[in-house]
Ligand binder design. Structure first.
Ligand code: ATP
Ligand code: MG
Length: 386
């Protein structure tokens, strides 16, 4: 009998032509997530992935890590045995002996159709053995304990506890995006939501040193190191934005400042995205949350974008976003005080419905191309490991 983790994925199964690509990506990510924890091998078998363990593996740590791997529907710590009824029964007895239960159900999945008994027959035989040994009774609807058996390829896997995974798709399987990360509550959550749909996230952060201190830099690096638990080795691009802001503040009317900052951020970010082969930009914008996030203003900002800007939080309420930020543990850092570059030199009542023409006219006072080029040239790139 060997103890190992059996991993099940949900949605990947739907991606017919790409199935093998998605499975490979998931297996690779599992390896990355478990490095240094005593995982001996990650092996793909029919519709599942096995995580084999060294004798000294840190089982609890591996359990915690698997809960964070995007693309896993559920997983379980199983006893792997040879494909005979005797061996399966021994494993089942071994597993239930430490459990408290009065009622029981045995469920079997037989992927290997060459095994001589059908799934219901296996469940009935193993069920009878367990009931006889424990004095429990059968309950097909709401049992205290479920004993599961899976007969796959050359082995049988037996387990009593199913652990829910995070779901989604394997990070990296859907391509790359560049997330505009501010240090606030929303953008880390937006990044996480995109990772869950299988994208690898890169990050860009604009900071206004010396107008602000460097607190936002420390915050974004900490946020990225939390997010790297799902995203693995992660790149962040740090962009000095003070010069751009100085030009905007001295050359353009105050009501348009936030929108002009944003348009410059998008121009700079999409050049970084192009160089890094990221296909889209991502922001933490949510409709109506602040003045710059009205439909009209989003349109004026989007006007300079040459690649799509994805806004996974656009329809979420602040409370929903905060809940998720708590769950992924970015909330605490996001709520530490810092001066965001976008709140610098902005009026109390910025325009909520700027016309594109008025913004373009204001922007004509700026040498947009040179400012963009200078900012892109002074980008600092950092790697943050998981
Ligand atoms: P967040 O909580 O993410 O800071 P917010 O509600 O404060 O969002 P805004 O300040 O309007 O909203 O910013 C909207 C989006 O613009 C952010 O979610 C982020 O994607 C991007 N953004 C804002 N400031 C920066 C920055 N300094 N660097 C990179 N991206 C930024
Ligand atoms: Mg913010």
């Amino acid at each position: 009998m060997e103890k190992l983790f059996l991993v099940h994925y949900g949605e990947i199964g739907l991606k017919r032509g790409n199935r093998s690509y998605f499975e490979k990506k998931l297996a690779q990510n599992i390896k990355l997530a478990l490095k240094g924890m005593g995982c001996a091998e990650v092996r793909r078998i029919y519709g599942r992935i096995l995580v084999m363990l060294h004798p000294d593996a840190d089982v609890a740590a591996i359990h915690e890590q698997l809960r964070k791997v995007m693309g896993i529907a559920h997983f379980e710590l199983v006893l792997a045995v040879e494909q005979t009824l005797d061996a399966i029964q021994d494993a089942a007895l071994e597993l239930v002996k430490d459990q408290q239960f009065k009622t029981l159900k045995v469920e079997t999945k037989r992927a290997n159709k060459r095994f001589p008994l059908t799934s219901p027959e296996i469940s009935a035989r193993v069920g009878a053995t367990l009931l006889g040994a424990t004095g429990a009774s059968a309950d097909m609807h709401t049992p205290d304990l479920r004993c599961n058996i899976e007969i796959v390829d050359e082995a049988a896997y037996v387990y009593v506890e199913k652990i829910r995974g995070v779901g989604g798709l394997p990070v990296g399987a859907s391509g790359k995006v560049l997330v505009m990360l501010s240090g606030g509550i929303d953008s880390p959550v937006a990044a996480w939501r995109m990772m869950k749909r299988g994208v690898k996230a890169l990050f860009v952060h604009f900071y206004s040193y010396p107008y602000t201190d460097k607190a936002s830099l420390e915050k974004v690096e900490e946020l990225v190191s939390i997010l790297a638990a799902w995203n693995y080795r992660t790149l962040i691009y740090l962009v000095p934005f003070a010069e751009v802001q100085r030009e905007i503040v001295t050359q353009t009317p105050a009501p348009y400042r936030v929108i002009l900052y944003r348009r410059m951020m998008v121009r700079i970010a999409q050049q970084i995205a192009a160089a890094a082969k990221a296909e889209c930009l991502v922001t933490g914008e949510s409709l109506g949350q602040v003045a710059s996030q009205t439909l009209g203003n989003l349109r004026v900002i989007e006007d300079v974008a040459e690649i799509p800007i994805l806004r996974p939080l656009i329809g979420d309420d602040k409370a929903e976003i905060m809940d998720l930020a708590e769950k992924i543990r970015t909330f605490e850092i996001s709520t530490l005080p810092h001066d965001d570059c976008c709140s610098l030199f902005v009026p109390d009542h910025p325009t909520t419905n700027a016309s594109l023409e008025a913004v373009q006219e204001a922007e004509a006072a700026l040498d947009v191309d040179t400012l963009t080029k200078l900012a892109v040239e002074s980008v600092e790139k950092k790697i943050i490991d998981n």
